[in-house]
Design a binder for this molecule. Structure first.
Ligand code: WT7
Length: 655
């Protein structure tokens, strides 16, 4: 990590917003920004109370922040907007119906094969109400958990909003996850229904989804309904007692469905994310606080204005898709683009073609995608008219300054501010970010804490480290969209996030702050990998490897990768002779892809007879990381049980 700190320190370029951007921005006055930020920290109840009142409530809230110490409460267990009742689909849809936005385009959708559909707010409202009535007719109601396993089609967003409308808790599982991963998540959340599709289009072929659902729920009698959207027309198996085609169920269904009044703290959704040990964690998000966070951050971070065309390229299976495709943009009455397919299908200029075609003004993507665009060549960008773009964003992992500069120059034509946004599944909304009309951006820095965010760099003991020094990122104050728990596991929730320091949230990232208060994220400090901007747990990948007959023991680490940020290197101890496992390296890679999903496929399998362990038997991952990256081992190896092992690992066969 010390090396990363050095290289980052060398970055001194800063880009203040242009006068024209500043003049037109929602927030372009530095003094106004400073005043708001000060209020958000010093009087959070006044600040957040004011923001929350911009949303339509079904019953007004009595208090803004409560907990053991009233409005001063910190740590886990705080409550936001006590006494209020609200409904997320009402916030996203109904509130716009009596305004000029009723006939404004809410969603512009493009399928990978080039088909497209658009929906106004009024149309989206009708679709969601009918969808919600279908769920109700299947006996699904308030508090029930519903898994959503979908391609990027409008019905994915509608399914989420339909659940929200009737108070059911959605649990979206990324469509790239395997049947086994889906099964774990359905079982953990005790879901009673699954919403899926026959398949989705991905790089010119059908990615089947329904078969994975069938596989995932074969031992889950609690799942009474599988609601299936017809998208790709591939043949699917059918259980008439359980399976329902959405288009059939929608026939003759009423277009009126009153939104269920939800208490502020009622759960809106679960979303599973990786931890360093154990099974994936079902992160629990509230209704009101989450909406307030998604709403405000979308408005200010993206400087959202009435005529913008906004495109976030994430999948709804990740938190970015929840907060910045569905809830944040719709709560703000935005027009947004949603795209089903891969960025290089049918050609490597597809995203730029779509930006030009739909006149995209705000574009939000991930560093891993930006690095792929760079690799594919400037000509794909240059071929398209991107002059409508006015703001760019990135999320998911640290962005290297060269990719940042390329994004700024080639995509943004040197005129668009870049908002590098740091946050997590757990934080629900953006925590560190430039405010585009105010902040000077710096390549590689997520810059400053957003409203109400009290971020500091601490050491293990909770002491603030001096500016410029690396340490652990910490958040000292509660914020409305913070996670409320881990589904069914309060103990793990407290241990993972709230046990390092008293009443302070530990995100698990290393970071440093420069003399101007800008934050530079250094990456995860635990054994969690970040592949293409998505957290994967080493533990899950290791279990998948060991579940293969050819493997006795496995240790998984990441090495830096130009394209994906981190690539997975698996060290495996084979069953029997080493030669055999080498032969099955390909099979092992496929096996992991099968068990967890393609995202988790190891880039490299290294066969070994032993793994470096401490005397207490803990695998020393830092050594494996150095070996995987081909670095000299300069670390302390005195705790290593058997030091001859390092030579074997370094010279060992690769596959
Ligand atoms: C982890 C959270 C938030 C949506 C996507 C990922 C890393 C996220 C940045 C950024 C550096 C970043 C962190 C964080 N991360 N954004 N702008 N700069 N690192 O959500 O799967 O919950 O992962 O992603 O390590 O802890 P997630």
């Amino acid at each position: 990590m010390s090396q990363e700190i050095e290289s980052v320190l060398a970055e001194s370029r800063a880009f203040p917003p242009s006068d024209s951007f500043r003049a037109a921005a929602r927030l372009g006055d530095g003094d106004e920004y400073a005043r708001l930020h000060k209020q958000s920290i010093e009087d959070p109840s006044a600040f957040w109370g004011g923001v929350a009142k911009e949303l339509p409530w079904l019953r007004p809230f009595d208090e803004v922040l409560t907990g053991p110490d009233g409005a001063q409460s910190r740590g886990p267990g705080v409550e936001w907007f006590r006494g209020g009742e609200i409904n997320a689909s009402h916030v996203c849809l109904d509130q716009h119906l009596d305004t000029e936005r009723a006939n404004k385009t809410a969603l512009i959708w493009e399928g990978e094969p080039g088909d497209n559909r658009t929906f106004t707010y009024a149309e989206l409202h009708t679709e969601v109400c009918r969808f919600a009535n279908v769920l109700k007719a299947r006996g699904i109601g308030k508090g029930d958990r519903v898994a959503i396993y979908m391609p990027m089609i409008p019905e994915a967003a509608m399914a989420m909003l339909a659940c929200a409308r009737i108070g059911a808790i959605h649990s979206v599982v990324f469509g790239g996850f395997s049947a086994a991963s889906l099964q774990d998540r359905i079982a953990d959340g005790d879901c009673c229904a699954v919403i899926t599709a026959d398949g989705g289009w991905r790089r010119g072929s059908v990615l089947p989804l329904k078969p994975a659902v069938d596989e995932a729920i074969k031992d889950q009698p609690r799942v009474k309904t599988v609601l299936c959207v017809k998208r790709t027309e591939n043949a699917v198996a059918w259980d008439p007692a359980r399976d329902v085609w959405l288009h059939e169920a929608l026939e003759g269904v009423d277009a009126e469905c009153a939104p269920e009044p939800m208490q502020s703290e009622d759960v809106l959704f679960l979303l599973y994310t990786s931890g360093s040990t154990g099974k994936p964690k079902g992160i629990v998000h509230s209704t009101a606080g989450y909406l307030v966070g998604a709403y405000l951050s979308t408005k200010y971070v993206f400087d959202l204005q009435e005529d913008d065309v906004y495109w976030c390229t994430a999948d709804v299976g990740w938190i970015t898709g929840h907060s910045y495709i569905v809830y944040g943009p719709l709560a703000n009455g935005a027009t947004m683009v949603m795209y089903e397919g891969a960025p290089n299908a049918p050609h490597e200029g597809r995203f730029w073609e779509l930006c030009e075609k739909h006149g995209v003004t705000i574009f939000y993507t991930a560093p891993t995608a930006i690095r792929a665009f760079m690799k594919w060549g400037d000509e794909h960008v240059e071929r398209h008219d991107l002059s409508k773009l006015r703001l760019l964003g990135t999320v998911g992992e640290p962005i290297n300054p060269s990719a940042w500069m390329w994004y700024r120059d080639k995509v943004g034509g040197g005129r668009c501010p870049i908002v590098d946004t740091w946050w997590q599944t757990e934080t629900g909304s953006i925590m560190l970010t430039p405010i585009p009309g105010v902040s000077a951006t710096k390549p590689g820095s997520a810059t400053l804490p957003f409203f109400g965010v009290d971020a500091v760099i601490l050491d293990e003991e909770g002491r603030e480290v001096p500016d410029g020094m690396g340490g652990l990122l910490a958040l000292r104050r509660p914020w409305p969209s913070m996670l409320r728990g881990i589904w069914g596991d309060e103990k793990r929730f407290l241990e993972t996030y709230w046990s390092k320091w008293p009443l302070t949230y530990f995100p698990g990232d290393g970071a440093r702050k420069d003399a101007e208060g800008n934050f530079w994220i250094l990456g995860r400090v635990d054994d969690v990998l970040n592949v293409s901007g998505h957290r994967l747990s080493t533990m899950e990948i290791e279990s998948a490897l060991v579940s293969h007959d050819a493997v006795v023991e496995a240790a998984v680490v990441a090495r830096p990768d130009d394209l994906t940020g981190e690539a997975i290197v698996a060290f495996v101890i084979p069953q029997g002779e080493a030669g055999e496992a080498e032969a099955v390296a390909q099979a092992l890679k496929d096996h992991v892809a099968q068990e967890i999903g393609k995202l988790a496929r190891p880039a490299e399998i290294r066969v070994t007879t032993r793994l470096p362990k401490t005397r207490s038997g803990k695998i020393m991952r830092r050594l494996l990381r150095a070996i995987a990256a081909g670095e000299e081992i300069t670390q302390d190896t005195t705790t290593l049980e058997d030091s001859t092992i390092l030579d074997e690992l370094r010279s060992g066969p690769k596959a």
